[in-house]
Design a protein around this ligand. Structure first.
Ligand code: CAA
Length: 258
């Protein structure tokens, strides 16, 4: 197994768990952390024994943003030539569903990383924000785009222009997260969601993630057609036969692909 400096990686049954673990910097996402998250998630994605991934941080912080100290002295040509933050796009190409579990701060790049997850759970202690405006910059890991798509213009503009932090209750109300749970239950709840997903037929899970994500990239007509084609293709799987037979026979399905 690869050794990592800023993250912990473990597996529990069919679930992979990546824990951001850079406590001295509240899990600030420096280059090393980016490389580790991308490589660990790609390895879990390639493992046919893994059906879902949980991404979490600490009690105090999911991640307090990109690493400000690492960026502070850089110039524009350097940022442009390195295409700073482009590396995170690899994380969004992971096909296995990623369950984000946020406790404490998810700020700047931390909020943006959370929004790259497929299902997002928040502890009641969670705080989300895009404070880049206070640093003389703007979000750079997709925040202006994913926040606008996730919660609409009103809340996105409010958060991005003022840098205001929102609490877990507001995050759920505006549709940024799907559930809020007591902090002590966060990991168990996230693992429960991950185990539920991982117990389904993997081809249908991957297709479902692709289909929902297409909603953000296509027109409605193209997206609906893309969905329908995936739906048709799933009729080539044993698991479609098994799933529908199990329904008719009033029993639990025994999927092959999981
Ligand atoms: N980058 C680098 N170091 C960070 C950091 C960050 N984003 N956030 C926290 N740290 C470090 C602090 O510098 C401090 O280190 P030292 O002990 O060496 O001074 C340590 O983590 C603990 O932080 P605090 O002492 O500040 O903890 P606190 O409880 O007083 O405050 C906080 C917590 C409100 C989250 C505060 O740390 C904070 O405001 N952090 C920065 C948040 C931010 O601006 N994030 C956006 C970053 S830019 C970005 O993300 C760009 C993008 O779009 C991708």
């Amino acid at each position: 197994r690869e050794t990592h400096r800023n993250i912990l990686v473990e597996t529990r049954g069919r679930v992979g768990i990546i824990t951001l673990n850079r406590p001295k910097a509240l899990n600030a996402l420096d280059e090393a952390t980016l490389r580790e998250v991308v490589s660990a998630s790609a390895a879990l994605d390639a493992d046919p024994g893994i059906g879902a991934i949980v991404l979490t941080g600490s009690e105090k912080a999911f991640a307090a943003g990109a690493d400000i100290k690492e960026m502070a002295g850089r110039g524009a040509p350097e940022m442009y030539l390195a295409d700073w933050f482009a590396g995170w796009e690899a994380f969004t190409r992971v096909r296995t569903p990623v369950i984000g579990a946020v406790a404490g701060y998810a700020l700047g790049g931390g909020c943006e990383l959370a929004m790259m997850c497929d299902i997002l759970l928040a502890a009641d202690t969670a705080r989300f924000g895009q404070p880049e405006i206070n640093l003389g910059v703007i979000p750079g890991m997709g925040g202006s785009q994913r926040l606008a798509r996730a919660v609409g213009k009103a809340k996105a503009m409010d958060m991005v222009l003022t840098g205001r932090m929102i609490d877990a209750e507001e995050a759920e109300r505006i549709g940024l997260v799907s559930r809020v749970v007591p902090a002590a239950d966060l990991l168990e709840e996230a693992l429960g969601v991950a185990e539920t997903v991982a117990a389904k037929s993997l081809p249908s899970v991957l297709a479902a993630k692709e289909a929902v994500n297409a909603a953000f990239e296509t027109t409605l007509a193209q997206g609906v057609q893309f969905e329908r084609r995936l739906f048709h293709a799933l009729f080539a799987t044993e698991d479609q036969k098994e799933g529908m037979a199990a329904f008719a026979e009033k029993r639990e399905p025994r999927f092959t692909h999981r």
